[in-house]
Design a binder for this molecule. Structure first.
Ligand code: FRU
Length: 445
């Protein structure tokens, strides 16, 4: 039955049926978070792009409410974003509620279109596109309000001559007439720095009130940090690695977040085909992004949003204990597949730590400070000879957070429901370990 299918993630959004890829139009509007998404309503593979639509009051429980945008004579509906036009600069409001305005790409004609709504349910497209084609394949408009200049800013992916990836910056005072003000170049061809799905936002450096920076990312989460004067983005550090997994793509953040947080969700490419399932793919959990001062300079850091704590049910605590060389410690046998785990290893003299979760090995090699899951590796330095990990485990994989969230590693791997063991194995020395495990509820009713 619906939402109980094999390999259906239990606390990650996935469509009732059909395929999803990128999150689109993430916005908070009239008391609800809106999650639009690239959707093929007619099949479990990519194609026939529509904008699917789901709403949530808490970022955790989503209700899918049908397609928001359908293909039209300009093409199918590729990725884009949404804003709330509080001052009705577009004139599309009905006099009482400010309009929600969506920006999308019409695939094929490569124009950027606009659609608006005053109830968050029904969407009406503007008759003509608002941005003409720049080059073939230009796409994925991200629109934000820039307070200091009192203007709207659009960042748009454009492929220049020689397969040069770039992000165009455009500005507008009414969301309809747009003017190009800047072009920022990324990688070329298969070097996907600043390729597709731009995201652009300002963050205050943690602990430094008044010090703010702008972050520009492409679909693969590589990012630049810099300054922005309302027209031109000037990178100060380029090509920072935003994530270390293999399955997280096209992430976007919410406009108009009521608490002023920067909250992100990405497409999580899960292995959900087969078993007669008539849905495929999912989104990541929502995460809050902060900008941290680290030893290697400014870095973005992600943490699961606090609302996810609502899903906690049973709690297990495993107090500090010493594990010697060759020792294994079975924390627990847990039947549930949906877990939030916090674990800390300290006084480490061992060469290797293997943390096994229901058959999935999270392996940490102390000498070269690398962590690997299912063949995905990342460099993860110890701090004060300690390693602290937070893991969210769903049927479709693991999202791992370390070092205050500066290291984020999502890995899609179908977790074996029949394997109940959660344990730690230590090789080549000893360590101390303590953990906490929460069993989580499903977000589906
Ligand atoms: C990224 C992407 C976007 C495009 C959409 C089409 O995954 O290729 O650039 O708009 O998917 O579904």
């Amino acid at each position: 039955t619906l939402y109980r299918e094999k390999n259906r993630a239990r606390f990650h959004f996935s469509p009732k049926r059909g395929w999803n890829n990128d999150p689109n139009g993430l916005v908070y509007y009239n008391g609800e978070y809106h999650l639009f998404f690239q959707h093929n309503p007619y099949g479990t593979e990519w194609g026939n792009m529509h904008w699917g639509h789901a709403v949530s009051k808490d970022l955790v429980h989503w209700r899918e409410i049908g397609e928001a945008l359908y293909p039209d004579s300009y093409g199918t509906m590729f990725s884009g974003s949404a804003v709330v036009d509080k001052n009705n600069t577009s004139g599309m409001g009905d006099g009482s509620d400010p309009p929600m305005v969506l920006f999308y790409t019409a695939e094929g004609s490569w124009v950027q279109g606009l659609a608006y709504s005053t109830d968050g349910r029904k969407f009406k497209k503007a008759e003509t596109p608002v941005v003409p084609k720049i080059t073939d394949g230009n796409r994925d408009p991200k629109v934000i309000w820039h307070e200091p200049s009192q203007k709207w800013v659009m960042v748009l992916y454009v492929e220049l001559e020689g397969k040069q990836h770039s992000m165009y910056f455009l500005t507008s005072s009414n969301l309809k007439d747009w003017e190009t003000t800047d072009v920022v170049k990324g990688g070329t061809d298969s070097d996907t720095y600043l390729f597709e799905c731009p995201e652009f936002y300002e963050l205050q450096v943690e602990g430094k009130p008044g010090v703010k920076k702008w972050i520009l990312t492409g679909a693969n989460s590589e990012y630049a940090i810099g300054t922005f004067d309302g027209e031109k983005f000037t990178p100060e550090s380029e090509r920072l690695n935003g994530q270390h997994g293999r399955d997280f793509y096209a992430a976007q953040t919410f406009n108009n977040e009521p608490k002023g947080r920067r909250i992100e969700m990405g497409w999580w490419r899960t292995k959900t085909t087969g078993h007669g399932n008539n849905f495929n793919q999912s989104m990541s959990i929502p995460m809050e992004i902060k900008l941290l001062e680290t030893e290697e300079g400014l870095k973005i850091a992600r943490q699961p949003v606090e609302e996810l704590k609502k899903l906690r049910k049973k709690h297990h605590v495993f107090e500090n204990r010493q594990l010697r060389d060759g020792e294994s410690f079975l924390l627990k046998k847990i039947k549930d597949d949906f877990l939030e785990i916090h674990t800390r290893f300290s006084s480490i003299t061992s060469e290797q730590i293997i943390f096994s979760i229901k058959g999935v090995d999270v392996i940490y090699n102390v000498k070269d400070e690398t962590l690997s899951i299912d063949g995905v590796d990342m460099h993860l330095p110890l701090t004060n000879n300690q390693l602290e990990l937070t893991l969210y485990v769903d049927r479709t994989g693991i999202e791992l957070f370390a070092n205050k969230g500066v290291y984020f590693m999502p890995v899609n791997i179908n977790v074996d429901s029949n394997n109940k063991d959660i344990g730690i194995k230590v090789k080549g020395g000893s360590l101390r370990t303590e953990s906490e495990v929460y069993q989580l509820r499903s977000i589906w009713r």
